[in-house]
Design a protein around this ligand. Structure first.
Ligand SMILES: *[C@@H]1O[C@H](CO)[C@@H](O)[C@H](O)[C@H]1NC(C)=O
Ligand SMILES: *[C@@H]1O[C@H](CO)[C@@H](O)[C@H](O)[C@H]1NC(C)=O
Ligand SMILES: *[C@@H]1O[C@H](CO)[C@@H](O)[C@H](O)[C@H]1NC(C)=O
Ligand SMILES: *[C@@H]1O[C@H](CO)[C@@H](O)[C@H](O)[C@H]1NC(C)=O
Ligand SMILES: *[C@@H]1O[C@H](CO)[C@@H](O)[C@H](O)[C@H]1NC(C)=O
Ligand SMILES: *[C@@H]1O[C@H](CO)[C@@H](O)[C@H](O)[C@H]1NC(C)=O
Ligand SMILES: *[C@@H]1O[C@H](CO)[C@@H](O)[C@H](O)[C@H]1NC(C)=O
Length: 334
């Protein structure tokens, strides 16, 4: 009897040890920041998602980029302007929420082009989902994509923002970049507003990296540098970052795992309640009540549900919770 108990005890101990080990392994195996997932192709957009402003109205519908003669010299411009969404007037600009793009102009033909990456259905739709009675899981209209079109609207960029020449590239380098942009656009399909990090210190752990217009601009600059371009700016190059601060995030699961199983219905309810707070608003009373509810959830309960790679994570929030900065990111060849 005694030995039996001992064996049982030991195996329990072993099992717990093993399980704990497994859990730790899983934790240790988690790479931070969580890599942004690339897809094989871009899925069709659900007809529920309707753009307030059409996406890329003057761009080529198939995203074609004109071929430039090898001997051409192309000027590259850094473009930046405050985001203006009519509901908020220029409030977003005052908070330094900026939109970034890249300009190109050909010295042989004089033609010029703008290239940018942005939300198909506006920023709010990429930040918070819709709760639809007929669909169990929160519904996201969160695609983002690259838009390439002819022309640079000098006034639009220079009046309240930046239009700054940062270098010259050859026609060859331009054509190579164009191929890369199309591939990047095909495989990187959704917009992510938040950067999540552990604290304010410069060597904080970054749990999740945003995927937005400025990240696209940085990726393109890095690609151009890789192709041999020299880029430099006389002025500081600052970009908007929207941070969440949290302890180590916990993985929760994807839509079918959470919203397709009765076993997780409490979690499913809680996620929906969380996002209900951030739904698109009707009245000022609603906004006031929702701000209070958001404060309670994020600051008092220290809780945030993040949707990343079409999967949910729970963030144990901490001070200062949310922060918008406008900070310098040097050009790759500076
Ligand atoms: C967000 O998506 C909804 C639903 O498709 C749409 O009605 C709305 O115009 C979109 N844009 C904004 C800014 O809410
Ligand atoms: C990127 O993808 C979007 C959505 O499919 C498309 O409208 C756009 O033309 C593409 N842009 C480029 C540069 O390939
Ligand atoms: C782009 O082309 C337009 C039309 O020719 C011109 O007005 C504008 O100054 C050009 N902008 C740049 C940055 O080359
Ligand atoms: C620049 O900002 C001013 C004041 O906010 C505004 O009236 C003007 O339309 C803006 N210009 C552009 C080109 O957006
Ligand atoms: C960076 O991290 C180290 C150890 O991880 C820590 O001792 C140091 O204080 C941190 N530096 C800053 C500026 O926070
Ligand atoms: C969702 O997660 C489950 C396991 O947690 C996995 O089997 C399934 O393939 C995932 N679904 C999608 C669409 O990724
Ligand atoms: C740009 O960023 C630097 C360093 O990140 C900061 O000191 C500076 O104040 C920023 N400029 C503006 C206009 O915010």
């Amino acid at each position: 009897m005694m030995t039996y108990c001992l064996v049982l005890f030991l195996s329990l101990l072993l099992c717990f040890g093993f399980c704990a080990e497994l859990r730790n392994c899983e934790l240790r195996g988690q790479k931070w920041p969580v890599p942004y997932k690339r897809f094989d192709y871009r899925p069709d957009v659900d007809s529920y998602c309707q753009a307030l402003y059409p996406f890329c109205p003057t761009g080529d519908p198939d995203g074609r980029i004109p071929y430039i003669r090898e001997s051409d010299v192309i000027s590259v411009y850094r473009l930046q302007t405050p985001v203006w969404e009519f509901k908020y007037g220029d409030l977003l600009g005052k908070m330094h929420i900026m939109h970034d793009a890249i300009g190109f102009s050909s010295s042989e033909t004089g033609a010029n082009f703008t290239m940018e990456w942005y939300e198909l259905f506006q920023l709010g739709n990429c930040t918070f989902p819709h709760l639809r009675p007929e669909v169990n899981a929160p519904f996201w209209c969160n695609q983002g994509a690259a838009c390439f079109f002819e022309g640079i609207d000098d006034l639009h960029w220079s009046q309240n923002g930046t239009l700054d020449k940062i270098g010259e590239i050859s026609g060859n380098q331009f054509n190579d970049m164009a191929k890369w942009v199309q591939e990047d656009n095909r495989t990187g399909i959704y917009y992510e507003t938040w950067t999540v990090r552990s604290d304010l210190s410069p060597n904080a752990t970054v749990w999740f990296e945003s995927y937005d217009c400025s990240q696209f601009v940085h990726r393109t600059y890095r690609k151009l540098a890789e192709l041999g371009a020299k880029l430099s700016s006389r002025t500081q190059t600052n970009y908007t970052k929207i941070y969440l601060y949290s302890g180590e995030p916990t993985y929760l699961g994807n839509d079918s795992a959470i919203f397709g199983q009765p076993a997780l219905k409490n979690l499913a309810m809680d996620i929906k309640k969380f996002y209900y707070t951030f739904r698109p608003h009707q009245s000022f009373v609603d906004i006031a009540l929702s701000l209070l509810a958001a404060y309670e959830k994020v600051v008092l309960n220290k809780m945030f549900y993040l949707y990343y790679n079409f999967e949910y994570w729970q963030l144990p929030m901490k001070y200062p919770y949310i922060q918008i900065t406008y900070e310098e990111v040097p050009l790759p060849s500076d």
